[in-house]
Design a protein around this ligand. Structure first.
Ligand SMILES: *Cc1c(COP(=O)(O)O)cnc(C)c1O
Length: 421
């Protein structure tokens, strides 16, 4: 049952209520290794489901286009102040609907159509919005892309510097969606400074680690920092753009009225709650446990002969190259899902296969760490993964693994939901 129970929903729309409960149970019973996902706290769930969803608040605190902002102004001001304090930034905009619109706002603040942007290539670990051709950012801007070295799977900073000198981008992105190693923000800043580019650090994946001191901060290096709030930061679906005071007006103008209408005030409240939680001393412990779990899981996978891009991890994320295992990423991910292990197929750098059926798997430890799993549990996760993969066509083995996982996870409470009322 949800805490509180979904009693109104069961009464008015039992069909959706049943599906929500089924999803809660699914999240309870599976080892959730999708690197961008987490479990939010009951407090974040409550704020997200609050009456703030009824309000319209175009504008910013004290400068709104609608009346009745007595409470919403205070909510947004708290969210902004908490973001500034937690990350140590001069300015924060908490209104972007999600990570992709937050990144679009960065373009709108600094670039004109056709300007040059330098970002990490999607199949190398970058995000769509860093200038990939199918994204508006790759269509409306002149996008140049860097990658990782073939030898060690690390970002090739020599390539970044050479491309920056040759292409003179207005904007350089660092950070990505499948980067298992520490981002060297200082090195990117030096390159950006040399060519007069704006440096944007996209910390969508690692924001919780940065907040908890388990990954270096881009503050003091990047001109702009964009992030989602729902990945390692463990807040609601949403995003923020942070910057120095110098760029505050440009960022705010780009988010509203440049790109969006009314902010989602219920999300803003939930972001404020998540930032409050992330400022508590326990959260630093959480962030460090996420990394310790990823290191332990990577070690256990290496022991079992898995090939990891860059040979391991510094953060919450592990990229497995399945080429040597003889199973492509897509059927592997589907079989593992049936075995109670939820993850996503992913390209690996220099992938000879297609993005729809690539050679790799991406996993992360943010969600299982929230469930209370510890480094000592990681060999068991690796063993289940290995066993299910080896038997990926054997439904009996997959079902047996899923049953063992269900039993194991029953001892690890899930925030916001419990199988017994
Ligand atoms: C997740 C992610 C985004 C986009 O977030 P959405 O909320 O899915 O739009 C942007 N950049 C990076 C690096 C991400 O990992």
């Amino acid at each position: 049952m949800h805490r509180p129970a979904l009693s109104s929903l069961h009464g008015s729309d039992p069909e959706i209520a049943r599906l929500v409960e089924a999803e809660a149970r699914r999240q309870f019973e599976k080892v959730r290794l999708i690197a961008s996902e987490n479990y939010v706290s009951p407090a974040v769930l409550e704020a997200t489901g609050s009456v703030l969803t009824n309000k319209y608040s175009e504008g910013y605190p004290g400068r709104r286009y609608y009346e009745g902002q007595q409470n919403v102004d205070l909510v947004e001001t708290l969210a902004v102040e908490r973001a500034r304090r937690l990350f140590g930034v001069e300015h924060a905009n908490v209104q972007p609907y999600s990570g992709s619109p937050a990144n679009l706002a960065v373009y709108l603040a600094f670039l004109n159509p056709g300007d040059t942007v330098l970002g990490m290539s999607l199949p190398m670990g970058g995000h769509l919005t860093h200038g990939w051709p199918v994204s508006a950012t790759g269509r409306w801007f002149h996008a140049v892309r860097y990658g990782v070295r073939a030898g060690d799977g690390r970002i090739d900073l020599d390539e970044v510097r050479d491309l920056a000198r040759k292409e003179r981008p207005r904007l350089i992105w660092c950070g990505g969606t499948a980067v298992p190693r520490t981002i060297d923000f200082a090195a990117f800043a030096e390159i950006a400074r040399e060519v007069g580019a704006v440096l944007a650090a996209d910390i969508a994946h690692i924001a919780g680690l940065v907040a908890g001191g388990a990954h270096p901060s881009p503050v003091g290096h990047a001109d702009v920092i964009s992030t989602t709030t729902h990945k390692t930061l463990r807040g609601p679906r949403g995003a923020m753009v942070m910057s120095t005071a110098e760029h505050a007006a440009a960022i705010d103008k780009a988010v509203f009225p440049g790109l969006q209408g009314g902010p989602h005030d219920h999300t803003t409240a939930a972001i404020a709650v998540a930032l409050h939680e992330a400022a508590a001393p326990e959260f630093a412990g959480y962030a460090h446990r996420v990394v310790a779990n990823a290191r332990a899981l990577a070690g256990a996978l290496l022991d079992r002969g898995f090939d990891l891009v860059s040979g391991g991890t510094d953060n919450h994320l592990i990229l497995i190259d399945l080429t040597g295992k003889g199973v492509p990423g897509r059927p592997a991910a589907q079989a593992l899902d049936r075995a109670g292990i939820e993850l996503n197929h992913n390209t690996v750098p220099f992938d000879p296969r297609t993005p729809f059926d690539p050679s790799g798997l991406r996993i992360g430890t943010a969600a299982i760490t929230t469930r209370g799993l510890a480094p000592a549990d990681m060999p068991r996760i690796a063993a289940w993964l290995d066993r299910a993969l080896a038997a990926h066509r054997d439904e009996a083995v997959l079902a047996a693994v899923a049953a063992e996982i269900r039993e194991f996870l029953a001892g690890h409470p899930m925030p916001g939901w419990s199988p017994t009322p």
